[in-house]
Design a protein around this ligand. Structure first.
Ligand code: A2P
Length: 323
């Protein structure tokens, strides 16, 4: 982590571009109406967030773009370069001929001519007609990492994406990609929190100079795909009480101290402000050691992508045993 904008330190990615070391997540179910979401995002910008995580899948790209435009108009930020936006290629578009059109559509929704970071959302490919929330075996197609990555590299060369990366990739899939890549992925965005600590992934990515971003750093706190394993954890409770912090702050600080970037979602003004207050204190070695003993379980296994005759016939195959 280097330099500081306001209170949030910045990371320098392997692409040479800087990224604020705490991001604002926009995945929600149900998603608020666009105007309401735009208001929430403007509150987040006012609070100090400069890094927004969206995806074609979430339905939040338009609101992010509109909030950024309004923030510039109102002088909350000087210009577009003060905001870092990540979006993701959906599983219906993970084919070499569909990557650039999908990114162009994302840019149209955002009202931008470039994105800071574009990720392959999942190592999965489905038919374009598939309903991602209700997949059937007939929807599933073969995901070719190398071809899709080549198309991602073309988007980077065209200047449509300043940095490119992946999400929900195992170390093995990253290794396969790295063997062919001419531009290495800048980021792997994965589920990471005190209840799924990703030790192997962190070590692997550190060695390969790939930055880890953490989705659901609070375990999604009971959301559709999450659990209460983080926010109802007694060890976090004890540490938070001793330090006069909240459990969320301890959970986010822990991610940050592992060298990863938490992407935390809160559409509540007080909680989104609270979640930013993690950079002027630290965890002791003893506290980190206690957190290290929290039982580990992945919140979202990706079971909805598993089919007897699909590319991945088990959760173990999807994650190459890293589950
Ligand atoms: P809300 O939007 O009402 O604040 P994650 O980022 O791990 O996916 O977790 C998001 C969930 O955690 C959301 O349900 C969010 O609800 C909740 N949340 C976010 N920040 C806090 C906080 N500081 N304290 C309690 N819950 C939080």
């Amino acid at each position: 982590m280097e330099q500081t904008v306001g209170t949030v330190p910045e990371v320098i990615l392997n692409s040479g571009h800087k990224m604020p070391g705490l991001g604002f997540g926009t995945a929600a179910h149900p998603m608020p109406p666009p105007d309401q979401l735009k208001t929430v995002l403007l509150e987040a910008i006012s609070a100090g967030y400069r890094h927004f995580d969206t995806a074609a899948m979430y339905g939040s790209e338009e609101a992010v773009g509109r909030a950024v435009a309004t923030a510039i108009e109102r002088g909350l930020v000087k210009d577009r370069s003060e905001i870092f936006i990540t979006s993701k290629l959906f599983i219906t578009d993970t084919h070499r001929d569909l990557v650039a059109p999908a990114l162009e559509e994302t840019l149209r929704k955002l009202g931008q001519d470039y994105i800071d970071l574009y990720l392959i959302h999942w190592p999965i490919r489905t038919k374009q007609t598939a309903n991602a929330y209700k997949l059937s075996e007939e929807d599933m197609l073969y995901f070719d990492i190398e071809e899709v990555w080549e198309a991602m590299e073309r988007c980077s060369r065209l200047g449509l994406a300043k940095s490119i990366g992946v999400s929900n990739f195992s170390c093995e899939k990253l290794s396969k990609l790295l063997r062919k890549a001419t531009i290495p992925p800048a980021v792997n965005q994965v589920e990471m929190n005190v209840a799924w600590q990703q030790r192997k992934m962190l070590e692997f990515c550190k060695e390969k100079r790939i930055h880890v971003c953490a989705w659901s750093p609070l375990g999604a706190n009971g959301a559709l795909w999450g659990s209460y394993a983080v926010m109802e954890n007694p060890i976090l409770e004890e540490i938070a009480a001793a330090k006069n912090k909240t459990k969320a702050q301890v959970a986010l600080r822990w991610v940050y101290e592992q060298g990863a970037t938490p992407l935390v979602k809160s559409f509540n003004t007080e909680r989104m402000r609270q979640n930013l207050q993690i950079f002027d204190w630290d965890l002791t070695d003893e506290e980190t050691c206690k957190i290290g003993k929290i039982p580990q379980a992945k919140g979202f296994t990706g079971h909805s992508f598993i089919f007897p005759n699909g590319q991945y016939r088990s959760v173990e195959e999807l994650w190459d045993g890293e589950v």
